[in-house]
Design a protein around this ligand. Sequence first.
Ligand SMILES: NC(=O)C1=CN([C@@H]2O[C@H](COP(=O)(O)OP(=O)(O)OC[C@H]3O[C@@H](n4cnc5c(N)ncnc54)[C@H](O)[C@@H]3O)[C@@H](O)[C@H]2O)[C@@H](O)CC1
Ligand SMILES: [K+]
Length: 477
Amino acid sequence: MISSDRMAAVDENSEALGVPRKQLMESSGNAVARAVRDVADPGASVVVVAGRGNNGGDAFVAARFLDGYDVSVRLLGRPDSISTDIARENWDALQSAEYDAESVTDSKDLALGDPDVVVDAMLGTGVTGALREPEATAAEAMNGLDATVVAVDVPSGVNADTGEAEGVAVDADRVVTFHDQKPGLPDLDCEVTVADIGIPPAAEAFVGPGDLRSVREGVRGGDSRVFVIGGGPYTGAPALSGQSSLRAGADLTFVAAPSKVSGQIQGYAEDLIVQDYEGDHLTPDQVDGLVETAHDYDDVVVLGPGLGNDDETLEAAEQFLERFEGKAVVDADALAVVSEVDTDATLVCTPNRKELATMGGPDVDGPLRDAREEIEEFAADLGHVVVAKAAEDVVSDGERTRLVRAGTPAMTVGGTGDILAGIVAGLLGTQDPFDAACAGPFVNGRAAELLDDERAGGLLASDLLETIPRAIRGEGE
Ligand SMILES: NC(=O)C1=CN([C@@H]2O[C@H](COP(=O)(O)OP(=O)(O)OC[C@H]3O[C@@H](n4cnc5c(N)ncnc54)[C@H](O)[C@@H]3O)[C@@H](O)[C@H]2O)[C@@H](O)CC1
Ligand SMILES: [K+]
């Protein structure tokens, strides 16, 4: 089962893997033609009613695969209003090859005749709201015919995610849907076939540019705040996490740090707001104040960078998680306490191999992907999202697991993990935790790839700050 949003992401990932949408459209159209062949013998009359998006494009392709049938294609709207290049190219192909393909701009002029088969290709997953004109009238006309109605991807007017129609919808006899079943289709009163259209499994298994779709849409809203609880024995780590969270979309980032090092952390970056507490490391005395601040401002917390592993600090981290109820990225030494706490917080944990084992997860020697099932089980037991970091990362929420293979060998330099924790926190302001956890390492890796020519093996973690926005925008594909 796949939602429309996920399908769009997978489709974009497929393109990045070298299987472009136009190729998928060719397979989709071919599958639609096969369904028509199943319901009617050669010689039968087939009318294709097409809309101006890719759903229509699929049917323009289908017309070419129906040699031996009496096919006519009716495009609802002017050819220059076809909304995608690939659909237009397939329309143009019908024109130049002298198919019976005409555009109809007024639904009153839509004469369907008495065909054996109607192909409904008005709207697919691109539908929003009730069918407008001329589609609404055309749907009624199609429903009034005796013909067998074959719908492309989803009956026009029906929302593929819910199965609901806000107004009139095409009453299909058969639906040919692509790649995977859609949540809204099984409950419809029609036969549904799922056609394999050649999307590589890697387009789903690996995080790709399609997984950044909603990140690209989630612009800064003015009130997404990140609160980094870090620093003490180390000062660079919280500064890197804080800055990368700003690059990934946070509006304001605060760093809570011991007074002994707070000035130093502030000195690295004027963009951070540093709030100090007494002492040289985090202790349980600070927990009340930190929980209160994080709750008052609805902050996304980053717990861990540079905190060190003093017993008092780990005790404080544990107490913080026991009482915090918001969203947090847990990294570095703080990871060690996660499996011991009972927390209502939503956590994204970002362990490297060693930290994964320390926190009670699998101890993996070889590629993490070989342990993907154990990592998934561990995330399920933990009840949180796990981003297990290596050359190829494994991200799991206990039900879904994806791999990330972005990045360069130079990323083994210190600090890239701090950058990652900040990116995930910045994304968590607008994204669902699993989506943020998948997008984070992909963005981090792409940010390094964008610098590979310039920095090569001399990359610094702080260099990544510069290219995070470009990585989010999709550069480097
Ligand atoms: N995602 C994928 O992997 C693939 C998708 N394909 C096809 O592409 C389709 C999606 O294409 P598009 O995103 O172009 O969208 P659609 O072709 O479903 O519809 C987009 C058009 O419909 C109009 N529209 C939206 N709501 C309307 C309403 N209520 N009344 C009237 N017009 C309305 C929009 O203005 C837009 O022009 C899928 O359903 C499928 O058929 C295939 O080509 C193959 C691969
Ligand atoms: K359709």
